[in-house]
Design a protein around this ligand. Structure first.
Ligand SMILES: NC(=O)c1ccc[n+]([C@@H]2O[C@H](COP(=O)([O-])OP(=O)(O)OC[C@H]3O[C@@H](n4cnc5c(N)ncnc54)[C@H](O)[C@@H]3O)[C@@H](O)[C@H]2O)c1
Length: 255
C-alpha cells in the first residue's frame, strides 16, 4: 500500500455502482492508505465494494445512506465521529441523470434531479465543514459536478442546473472555509464509462452519438481517470488548490 492518504478518514457517497466513479474513488483512496466510509442507497452494493477493498488489504466500512435524507447524513457523520474522531475528506459523488428535452420535463423530474444532485451536496458539505472544524485538521471537500455544469448539453436542463449549482456552491464554501484550511473544489467529468452512461444513452438516444462525437480524444474516460483526480484533491499534494473546477473530459470543454 502506498500512502498518499495515510491517516486520513474519507467518506465517498454513491459508492455501490460498479463500474462507477464512487467505487473507483473509494478503491483508489484505500490503496493510498485512507480509512474509507463508502455509502449508497444500495447498502448491499456498497458492502460488496467495501469487502473487495478489505480483501485487498485496505480499510473500508459500508453504510446504507440516502443522500437526500438529512437524518441519514446525521447518522453517518455521527458514526464516523464516534469511530474515528476525525474527518478529512468528503466526496459528494452520489447522483442520478434524468435527461429530457424541456417539453418533456415534469416538475417531479426537476425536483428529484435537484434533490439528489444539488440539495444532497449542501446537506453533506455543511456537516463535513462542521466535522472538519471540530477536528481542527483542515480537510478537502470534493463535489462531483459535470461538464454539463460548464456548458449547455441538450436534454440536461435539470441535471445542468444542479451541476452548475454544485460548481458555484463549491466556490463559496472554498472562500468561507479557507481560513480553516478546509478546501472545496468541484470535479467535472466528461463522458465516463459507468452504469450511469447506460441510463444516459437510453434517456437521450437522439443526441447520444452527437455528444460522443464532441470528445476530442475520441473515446469515453475510465472511472480511474476521475478517481485519480479525486485522489489528488484528497491528498495534501493539492494543498493550495481550492475553489476551482477540475475538468477531466478528454478535451470536451476545450472545443
Ligand atoms: N459517468 C459519467 O459520464 C459522469 C459524467 C459527469 C458527471 N458524473 C457524475 O458522477 C457521479 C457518479 O456518477 P456515476 O457515473 O458513477 O453513476 P452511477 O449511476 O454509476 O453511480 C451512482 C451511484 O449513486 C447512487 N445513488 C443515486 N441516488 C442516490 C441517493 N439518493 N442516495 C445515495 N446514493 C444514491 C446509486 O445507487 C449509484 O450507486 C454523479 O454525481 C454523476 O452525476 C458522471
Amino acid at each position: 500500500m502506498a500512502g498518499r492518504l495515510a491517516g486520513k478518514v474519507a467518506l465517498v457517497t454513491g459508492g455501490a455502482s460498479v463500474p462507477g466513479l464512487g467505487s473507483a474513488t473509494a478503491i483508489r483512496f484505500a490503496e493510498e492508505g485512507a480509512m474509507v466510509y463508502l455509502t449508497d442507497r444500495d447498502g448491499g452494493g456498497a458492502e460488496k465494494v467495501a469487502a473487495l477493498i478489505r480483501a485487498a488489504g485496505g480499510k473500508a466500512t459500508s453504510l446504507a445512506q440516502d443522500v437526500t435524507s438529512e437524518a441519514d447524513w446525521d447518522a453517518v457523520m455521527a458514526l464516523i465521529d464516534a469511530e474515528q474522531g476525525r474527518f478529512d475528506v468528503l466526496v459528494n459523488n452520489a447522483g442520478i441523470a434524468v435527461l429530457r428535452m424541456i417539453e418533456d420535463f415534469t416538475s417531479d423530474d426537476w425536483k428529484l434531479q435537484n434533490d439528489v444532485n444539488l440539495n444532497s451536496v449542501f446537506y453533506g458539505t455543511k456537516r463535513a465543514v462542521l466535522a472538519m472544524r471540530k477536528a481542527g485538521n483542515g480537510g478537502s471537500i470534493i463535489n462531483i459536478s459535470s461538464v454539463a455544469g460548464l456548458f449547455g448539453v441538450p436534454a440536461c436542463g435539470a441535471y445542468a442546473a444542479a451541476k452548475g449549482g454544485v460548481r458555484l456552491f463549491s466556490k463559496v464554501i472554498a472562500v468561507e472555509c479557507a481560513k480553516d484550511k478546509i478546501r472545496c473544489n468541484s470535479v467535472h467529468p466528461g463522458m465516463i464509462l459507468t452504469n450511469m452512461q447506460g441510463v444516459a444513452e437510453e434517456d437521450n438516444a437522439a443526441n447520444y452519438d452527437a455528444t460522443l462525437a464532441l470528445i476530442p480524444m475520441g473515446y469515453m474516460g475510465d472511472p480511474l481517470d476521475i478517481a485519480n483526480m479525486n485522489l489528488f484533491l484528497a491528498s495534501d499534494e493539492s494543498r493550495y488548490v481550492t475553489g476551482t473546477e477540475m475538468v477531466v473530459d478528454g478535451g470536451m470543454n476545450a472545443t
